[in-house]
Every structure is written in structure tokens, then in C-alpha cells.
Design a protein around this ligand. Sequence first.
Ligand code: C5P
Length: 220
Amino acid sequence: AHVPVICVDGPTASGKGTLASELASRLGYHYLDSGALYRITAFAAVRAGLALDVAHEHSIAKMAETLPVRFTGGQVLLGELDVTDAIRTEEAGMNASRVSALPAVRTALVALQQSFRRLPGLVADGRDMGTVIFPDAPLKVYLTASAVQRAERRHKQLISKGISAKLADLRADLEARDLRDSSRQVAPLKPAEDALLLDNSGQSIEESVAQVVQWWERKQ
Ligand code: C5P
């Protein structure tokens, strides 16, 4: 049977993860957080003592290909190691962005990402879900929000986890990451030609979810 996929792509801290996981639970679909795979790959590479650059592209790609990763009950496991919190830091995000610019690493993660496509359906979030990983997806959403809003959301998130951070630093960080993600040679961050654009700057999560559910129902 053909398994439906909804892609949610967009820049850092645009609210993709929240929207996509909420959508998945609403529809009873599986959920793929593709960014987590890049974060885990970077984490594993750093742990193995590898610098995150082209000199180690193939070693890092090899690790990515056989990544012993499991997502269970809100936890992310790398082998026996619980990396749930470790992969969520700003540094982990920046490291993920570094390894994600290496073409061999991206290729190594394709099959793993596509294996999440199972019945009754999948909601996948990332940067290239609609352009590269699931080009035949019947619904592709490209989510944006202003840099100010995104920095504020990230700030709130960190504060709620008891991590302190400066708003200006966060904004500079996410702009640097967006620039790297959208200027890389392979699978740069950009909307798929057939993506529907959603700017959630002034929207509540509930409103964005409702909008996408409506788009999805219209496709049925
Ligand atoms: O979405 P998240 O912030 O967790 O992603 C971390 C980094 O992984 C991004 O900045 C991006 O460089 C990379 N990424 C990617 N392709 C994806 C998902 C994430 O290149 N599909």
C-alpha cells in the first residue's frame, strides 16, 4: 500500500518539531525528527574523537550508516546511552549543522530516514524532507517565522529546561546555522516547488496545526 507522508521543513526554531509531532499524534501517524539523526551522528563522531570536517567525512558517514539509534517513549538512545538531553544543546545543534553539510553523511542517512515511512502514515520534519527524502509526499509544508520570534521561542524553551542563554546570542546562532544550512551544496534548506508556505509568526501552535490538518483533509 502507498504510505502517506506529510513533510514539514523549515529553518531552525521555526516550530517544525512541535507542529510535526502534534500533527502525528493527531493523525495517529509515525513521526520522524530527522534533525535528531544529524545531532546523534555529530554526537557519536565527537565522542569518537573525530573533528567534524571533510577530513573525516567518510568515517563519520560510516558511523551514520550503522547508527544504533532508538526512539522510545520520548527518549533517544544511542546504543545503551541515553542522549535525549545531550543532543538538544545549542552546541549539539551547531555540530549537527556541520556534519549535515558533508554529502557522504547525508547519503548515509537516506535509507534510515525512509525506513520511518510505515502505515498508517508519517509526519517528517527537517530541512530536506520534501525536496530530497520524500519527494513524492502528497503534502509538503514549509514553515517559517521571523528570526526574532524564533530566537524568543528558543530562549523560552531553554529557560524552561533551566538552561540560561542570551537572546542576542541565540539569534546570532540560529542565523549562522540557517546561513550554513541554506548555502550548502547538497540538499540546501529551501522550500520544495510544491510546498505550501506557512508563516507561523503570529500563530499559536493550535492554529498552525489546524491549518495543516485542513490542508491534509483537502488532499483526501
Ligand atoms: O532540526 P534540528 O535543529 O534538530 O537540526 C539540526 C541540524 O541538522 C540543522 O541545523 C541542519 O543543519 C541539520 N539537518 C539537516 N537536514 C535535516 C534535518 C536537520 O541538514 N533534514
